[in-house]
Design a protein around this ligand. Structure first.
Ligand code: CP
Ligand code: NVA
Length: 339
């Protein structure tokens, strides 16, 4: 397997074998780190991290991952660089490609990460756009593999905004790796039909199945994994909250839903999660909508605190795995072989 010089902008570009390879490599790098075995094999390389949106996990995963591989990083945040204000993405790509060996991009448009990939001449990694979040899927699947020992045949249900970057990317990843994917959401929040069609074509080859339902009990019956994400994603205007709450209030992941799944089922969330009033947004939503929607009074939105803090919740293992998987993506695309 050689992924050197490849871009990582969507999982659609990768074969099941390549995705499985990245997950295996992540696992190896994780074991090495636990055993104190250094893997500083890219000491001559420098990478740049472009963030138009906020981040904790993704930024830290790239920084720690790069450092563990011996690379230096430069962080460019939403303000402070010339990109977008005085310089196009295409020109930025051609400048950064002459100084850096790899570029991470988190932002709004998928077209921007693709333009960086097209014009920089170095590997470009998608750290989240409005429509995809492919590095997150590697971490999620590594976590499932660690817990269940395999990915093929796993019954996986995503509950919530199924047409956001997480819904889209999880569906693609599931189709690629033979996972039985169910999206539970009101019909208006199902992924675009063209993407579902593409994934169904992939699923024919891998044994995956894809289903969508508005019925949360039907969609979570006996499944192995219940996954959810925020109801309103970064970059969406504040005005969408009212409608989105009305659409998703009945889709909050609570104990009843977890009890409907298999007895060994796990709860997953890419994080950050709203499960209490200890965040500014959680507090604001509770104050603004708590009277109208009593379920929101405690700042719990997509998941109750009870489920988030339960033994079934693997969200922090999943968060840690962001680092091991992102490190694997950088290593695989910057180096020929890693034994
Ligand atoms: N899950 C995730 O991408 O987290 P951050 O927004 O903190 O990077
Ligand atoms: N759908 C979320 C994912 C965050 C990791 C967002 O885009 O805000």
């Amino acid at each position: 397997m050689n992924l050197k010089n490849r871009n990582f902008v969507t999982l659609l570009d990768f074969t099941p074998e390549e995705i499985n390879y990245l997950i295996k490599l992540s696992s190896k790098l994780k074991s090495e780190k636990y055993e104190g075995i250094e893997h500083k094999v890219l000491t001559d390389k420098n990478v740049v991290l472009l963030f138009q949106k906020d981040s904790t996990r993704t930024r830290c995963a790239f920084e720690v991952g790069a450092q563990d591989l011996g690379m230096s990083t430069t962080y460019l945040g939403p303000n402070g660089s010339q990109m977008n204000t005085k310089e196009s993405v295409k020109d930025t790509a051609r400048v950064l490609g002459r100084m850096y060996d790899g570029i991470e991009f988190r932002g709004y448009k998928q077209a921007d990460v693709e333009a960086l990939a097209e014009h920089s001449g170095v590997p470009v990694w998608n750290g989240l756009t409005d429509i995809y979040h492919p590095t997150q899927i590697l971490a999620d699947f590594l976590t499932i593999k660690e817990i269940f020992g395999e990915l093929k045949g796993i019954k996986f249900t995503y509950v919530g905004d199924a047409r956001n970057n997480m819904g889209n990317s999880l569906m693609i990843g599931a189709a690629k790796l033979g996972i039985h994917f169910t999206g539970v959401a009101p019909k208006a929040l199902w992924p675009e039909q063209s993407l579902i069609d593409t994934c169904n074509e992939i699923a024919k080859e891998t044994g995956a199945t894809l289903n969508f339902t508005e019925d949360k009990m039907e969609g979570t019956k006996d499944v192995d994994v219940i996954y959810t994400d925020v109801w309103v994603s970064m970059g969406e205007p504040k005005e969408v909250w009212q409608d989105r709450i009305e659409q998703l209030i009945d889709y909050q992941v609570d104990k009843e839903l977890m009890d409907n799944a298999h007895k060994n089922a796990i709860f997953m969330h890419c994080l950050p999660a709203f499960h209490g009033k200890d965040t500014n947004v959680g507090k604001e939503i509770a104050e603004t909508f708590g009277e109208q929607f009593p379920k929101l009074k405690n700042g719990e939105m997509e998941v109750t605190n009870e489920v988030f803090e339960s033994k079934q919740s693997v969200v922090f293992q999943e968060a840690e795995n962001r680092m091991h998987t992102i490190k694997a993506v950088m290593l695989a695309t910057l180096k020929d072989h890693y034994e």
